[in-house]
Structures are given as structure tokens and as C-alpha cells.
Design a protein around this ligand. Structure first.
Ligand code: AOF
Ligand code: ZN
Length: 363
């Protein structure tokens, strides 16, 4: 059935999507979800899933109405995700909506979580609530893309980030930061959206990075898990990522009790086995930060879902090159979806064609 949506319906769902963004980076492995309660063309209250373990969006919107002493009887709930019907970290949202006297629920996207998948909607229908689905559905699916992907494949969505100088050199005679302040801030926002950051051991040996979120407020987000690809276990024991108290896993193929042992693949550690392992431990979004050997392996094995390529106008001098070209990205199934500037750097966004990530969701 094709629903006829009013301008007010659309405005309410847009607002719910906007609210959902407030939880991004703070709710994983849950998706960001927003909810608006409305009646007679007026928004009564708003809610969003703010951080893991906190109220779900629907319950937050009901609590907001209570705090404002607004009656919710007979209202319409606009939710970006199908309400849950299970006791998890919170009681079921379906029950909360029924207690609140909601008359109609408008859902953007169904919840692919096997414990929900249409059951939330069915419970509402059985209770005599009117349910309409599909309003701004692809926007909502895009917003929850890592969660949707993980529910479907039990593997993280892979975002590759590469920065290079005007000649494609990634690390030259004058090492250190060479991209703009805007690019550096964006890189930290990107880290905040992801559950894990991956680098190759060469990056650890050359730069000894801390791979944490520093340039922007952490707010309610945790520091991401660090993953080091290190086939032959060359990581120095004094590496910062092993000694700063944060979480790091070193992935290798050796007989050793250090780190996580995975089988060998064509170019090093078997990356499919790695993604499966990361999916098993709840990683929904993986940021591949470097360097050239690791980028090449992910691109050649067609494991990249999205890529951000940053090119600075500066010159680093002689040094290793990124090896990333338009034709390699295209052959790996990616299309150029957007180009922009971060300060003086030019930035390209590449994505798989299905549900390509819109520019406003990039950092
Ligand atoms: C909703 N509203 O705002 C969100 C939902 O462990 P829990 O209790 O937090 O439940 C997590 C699951 O609930 C999550 O995997 C997803 O299926 C759904 N998320 N559902 O009704 C929300 N964030
Ligand atoms: Zn819920």
C-alpha cells in the first residue's frame, strides 16, 4: 500500500531523524533512533536514544511529555525505527506506547534485529493501534546503516580513510601532520562514529600513534577499540596503543599467546576472518586508517563499503605513496558520491551504490 503522507507527517519524521543523530557514536551496538509525539498538527514532545543503556527513543519522548505535563492520550508517535517488543536493557517500547495512550504509530524503517523484525509492529496492530510504515525509510536506513548491515551480515561496515599530499605521498621526509585543521577535526569525528580503528603494524612502527579521540569532545562515546594488523607480530612492546590503558587487539597468524590469532590470507591476515571476528564481538563500524599496504589489501579484496580520500595541497617530499587510484576504487565496487573541501584539502567520498552515504552524514 502506498501511504499518502502529509507535510506535517514528513516534518515530524524529519525532526525524529534529526533527534536520532544526537545519539550517534554513543549508542552502538544499538542504532541511533529518534521519536516525536504529535497531536492535532502540533509536536508535543521529543526523544532520542542518547547512549547505550539509556531510554529508547519512544520512552524518552514519553518522559519528555511527562516532564512538560503534556497529555499523550490519542497522540501519534513518529519513530525512525520499529518499536522494540522485548525486555532488553529497557522494557519494551510497544508497551510504553500503549500505556501512553498513543493512537497511531508512524515507522520509518523496520528493525532487522532478529528479536524484533515486524513483531513490534504486530503487537501494536493486535492492540488496535494504527500503524503506518515507510515514511523517509531510506533516510532512516542510511542513518542506521552500520546497524542494518551488522544485523544482516554480522560483520562491520568498513570505512577507509586515507590522507595524502599533492603527489599522493602519505609519509615523507618531513613527517607529521600535513592535512588541514578541518580535516584533522573531521578525522576525529569519524573515529567517534566508529566502534573500532584499524591500522597496519607499519603505521605503529613509523608513527607510534595513540589512535584515540582527542580533538573533539568525547561526550558519552567510549574510545574506539584499536585493531593492529600484524601478521608476524612485529609490534614493539612499548607501542603507545599497548600501554595507554585503552583497548587494543593485535591480529596475527603466529603461534603466540599475544593478541588474536587468525588464519593467513593472500596479502597477510585473512581479512574475511577478521571481519567475522569483529562482527562477533559487536563491532558494527570499522575505520581503516592506514597505511598503504593495509588500504591495498582491503581495496583489492573488495571489503571497503565507503572511503574518504583527503588530498592536501602540501608537499611531503619523497616517501611511500597511497597507491589508491580512481580505477582501483571503481574496480572495488565504489562510486564517487561527493567532493568537498576541508580547509585547503580536497576530499572525496566514495561509497557502494546501495544506500550511498549522503554528504550530511559524513563528518
Ligand atoms: C526501539 N527504540 O530507541 C532503539 C531500539 O538492549 P536494548 O534494550 O537497548 O535493545 C536493543 C535493541 O533494540 C537494538 O538491537 C534494536 O533492535 C532496538 N533498538 N528500539 O524501540 C530505540 N534504539
Ligand atoms: Zn525500544
Amino acid at each position: 500500500m502506498v501511504e499518502a503522507w502529509s507535510d506535517f507527517d514528513v516534518a515530524c519524521m524529519r525532526r525524529a531523524l534529526e533527534l536520532a543523530e544526537r545519539g550517534r557514536g554513543q549508542v552502538s551496538p544499538n542504532p541511533p533512533v529518534g521519536c516525536v509525539l504529535a497531536k492535532d498538527g502540533v509536536i508535543l514532545s521529543e526523544g532520542w536514544h542518547d547512549h547505550l543503556g539509556d531510554l529508547h527513543a519512544e520512552q524518552a519522548a514519553i518522559a519528555d511529555a511527562e516532564a512538560k505535563s503534556v497529555a499523550t492520550e490519542g497522540c501519534v508517535a513518529y519513530v525512525t525505527l520499529e518499536p522494540c517488543n522485548h525486555f532488553g536493557r529497557t522494557p519494551p517500547c510497544t508497551q510504553a506506547l500503549l500505556w501512553a495512550g498513543v493512537e497511531e504509530v508512524v515507522v520509518a524503517a523496520r528493525d532487522p534485529n532478529p528479536t524484533v523484525r515486524g513483531k513490534g509492529i504486530q503487537v501494536l496492530l493486535d492492540a488496535g493501534i494504527q500503524v503506518r510504515e515507510g515514511l523517509l525509510e531510506s533516510e532512516a536506513q542510511r542513518q542506521m546503516q552500520p546497524f542494518m548491515h551488522w544485523c544482516e551480515c554480522k560483520q562491520p561496515l568498513v570505512t577507509l580513510k586515507a590522507a595524502m599530499d599533492v603527489n599522493g605521498v602519505v609519509d615523507g621526509e618531513n613527517p607529521g601532520r600535513f592535512t588541514s585543521e578541518e580535516s584533522l577535526d573531521a578525522a576525529h569525528r569519524l573515529r567517534r562514529h566508529c566502534d573500532a580503528i584499524l591500522v597496519g603494524v607499519n603505521t605503529i612502527i613509523r608513527d607510534n600513534p595513540s589512535l584515540n579521540i582527542r580533538r573533539i569532545p568525547l561526550e558519552k562515546s567510549g574510545q574506539p577499540l584499536r585493531v593492529v594488523l600484524d601478521r608476524t607480530l612485529r609490534i614493539p612492546t612499548e607501542a603507545t596503543v599497548l600501554n595507554d590503558g585503552g583497548e587494543t587487539i593485535v591480529v596475527h597468524t603466529q603461534q603466540s599467546d599475544r593478541g588474536v590469532i587468525l588464519p593467513s590470507g593472500t596479502g597477510g591476515v585473512d581479512l574475511s576472518a577478521l571481519l567475522e571476528h569483529l562482527g562477533d564481538i559487536g563491532i558494527q563500524e570499522l575505520l581503516v586508517e592506514g597505511g598503504p599496504v593495509v588500504w591495498a589489501q582491503f581495496i583489492e579484496e573488495e571489503l571497503v563499503d565507503r572511503a574518504i580520500i583527503i588530498q592536501s595541497p602540501n608537499e611531503l617530499g619523497e616517501g611511500p605513496r597511497s597507491g589508491i587510484t580512481h580505477s582501483k576504487l571503481s574496480e572495488a565496487g565504489l562510486s564517487l558520491v561527493e567532493q568537498t573541501q576541508w580547509g585547503e584539502d580536497s576530499v572525496q567520498f566514495w561509497s557502494r551504490p546501495v544506500l550511498s552515504w549522503p554528504a550530511d552524514l559524513w563528518p
